[in-house]
Every structure is written in structure tokens, then in C-alpha cells.
Design a protein around this ligand. Structure first.
Ligand code: ZN
Length: 221
């Protein structure tokens, strides 16, 4: 476990926020933000709520950066950027079974994120609104299907950029931290957002059918 902590520190020593807490090796949970653009300014506000987090297993939280060029995580080029490449190395070594990617969006882009037509054209399912502008959805398919197992929980949470109310986001991260895999996290979140999770599950099955499962492809470089 110490080795993993050292590795993470060596990879993300320049991160805006880094937290590592572990009482047992498994399950491993990774929460990240600040992947592109200036989203890190918003996502760090949510991560800071977990400064003294205690969860079963090992938790790593990283806000990579506050400002960097915007390259969409849906674009394979993202994984060649400094932050994208670090993210891949961290996932490859840390091997989380629970992974939450925090993003933030400007409300003028709301429709693009929830519109099924636009999203499926980009190869991803639409995001679904939980409440108060917090949107939940799949992470980028190349990442999802090469770095994770199907029973791992992977989610992208979009935070409205100017919000002062992080409660919905906090609750989602809390459920992820309480869970060890996809099934458990889905169950927990479904208790509060049954319709939304039903929809997301349907989208995920659709996405799995569309996307070849190419295990380890990104590990090979
Ligand atoms: Zn983003």
C-alpha cells in the first residue's frame, strides 16, 4: 500500500489536490477532477469536502490541475496529453473498482450533455440529470472498456460550474466511497434516483453492445 502511495505521489505530486487514505488494500476507489480546461477550479471544491474521508479499503482523490488546455476526454488524443497520460498510469497501477470522474460544465452546454442524439453521435450515452443540475453518466468508452472490468463502477459526474450547492455531488461521491463495485453503487444511488439509474443502466447496456471490449489496449500504450 505504501508503494502505491509513493507511486501516486510521484505521478501527481503537482496536483492541486491529492488525498490518499487506506485501511485495507481492497476495494480501491479513485475520484478525480481537474482533467481539462478550468474545470479543476470547480471540481476541487467538491473534493475538499472529503479532506478527512474514512472509507473501507483505499481511497485516492486527485484534482490534477486548475487550468490546462481543453481536450475532450471523449477524444483519444486526451490520453496523450500530460494529464491524460498520468490518469492512465494511475488507473493502470491503482486498479480501482470504483472510479468517479468529476467534471464541470457551463449551463449553456446543458442541452448538448443530455441530448441523446448529440451524445450518441459522439459515441457516448447522454448524461442524466439527478437534480440541481448535477448530471451523471458513463466515462469515455475507450477508458471504460480498456482499463476497467464490466463490474467496476465508473461514472462521470458533471457539476454546474457556478453552483454554490455541492450537496448532490457530495452525496454521489459518498455512495461511491461506500461501495465496492458497480452493482453496489448502482443499488445505493438507485434508492434515491431510481428513474435516472434505470435509464443509465439501459444506456450502459446499449453502450457495451456498441463498444468492443478491448481489455488492456491502453496499457500497451
Ligand atoms: Zn470535463
Amino acid at each position: 500500500m505504501e508503494l502505491i502511495k509513493d507511486f501516486l505521489l510521484s505521478e501527481v505530486g503537482d496536483a492541486q489536490f491529492f488525498l490518499y487514505s487506506g485501511n485495507s488494500p481492497e476495494p480501491r476507489k479513485l475520484i478525480v477532477g481537474g482533467l481539462h480546461g478550468s474545470e479543476g477550479k470547480t471540481t476541487v471544491k467538491l473534493l475538499r469536502k472529503f479532506i478527512s474521508v474514512k472509507a473501507e479499503g483505499t481511497v485516492a482523490m486527485i484534482n490534477f490541475t486548475q487550468r490546462v488546455k481543453y481536450v475532450s476526454t471523449l477524444n483519444k488524443k486526451f490520453y496523450g496529453t500530460k494529464v491524460g497520460a498520468k490518469l492512465i498510469r494511475v488507473i493502470a497501477v491503482f486498479k480501482p473498482s470504483v472510479y468517479v470522474e468529476l467534471h464541470s460544465y457551463s449551463t449553456k452546454n446543458y442541452n448538448k450533455l443530455v441530448d441523446p442524439g448529440i451524445r450518441w453521435m459522439k459515441g457516448v450515452p447522454p448524461l442524466v440529470e439527478l437534480e440541481k443540475g448535477f448530471l451523471l453518466g458513463s466515462v469515455s468508452p475507450p477508458l471504460r472498456f480498456s482499463m476497467f472490468n464490466l463490474d467496476d463502477f465508473c461514472a462521470a459526474l458533471e457539476i454546474p460550474r457556478k453552483t454554490n450547492d455541492m450537496k448532490v455531488g457530495e452525496w454521489i461521491v459518498e455512495q461511491a466511497l461506500k461501495s465496492r463495485d458497480r452493482e453496489e453503487a448502482f443499488q445505493r444511488i438507485s434508492e434515491r434516483y431510481p428513474e435516472q439509474m434505470h435509464k443509465l443502466n439501459k444506456y450502459f447496456i446499449e453502450l457495451s453492445k456498441k463498444t468492443p471490449y478491448f481489455s488492456g489496449e491502453m496499457n500497451r500504450g
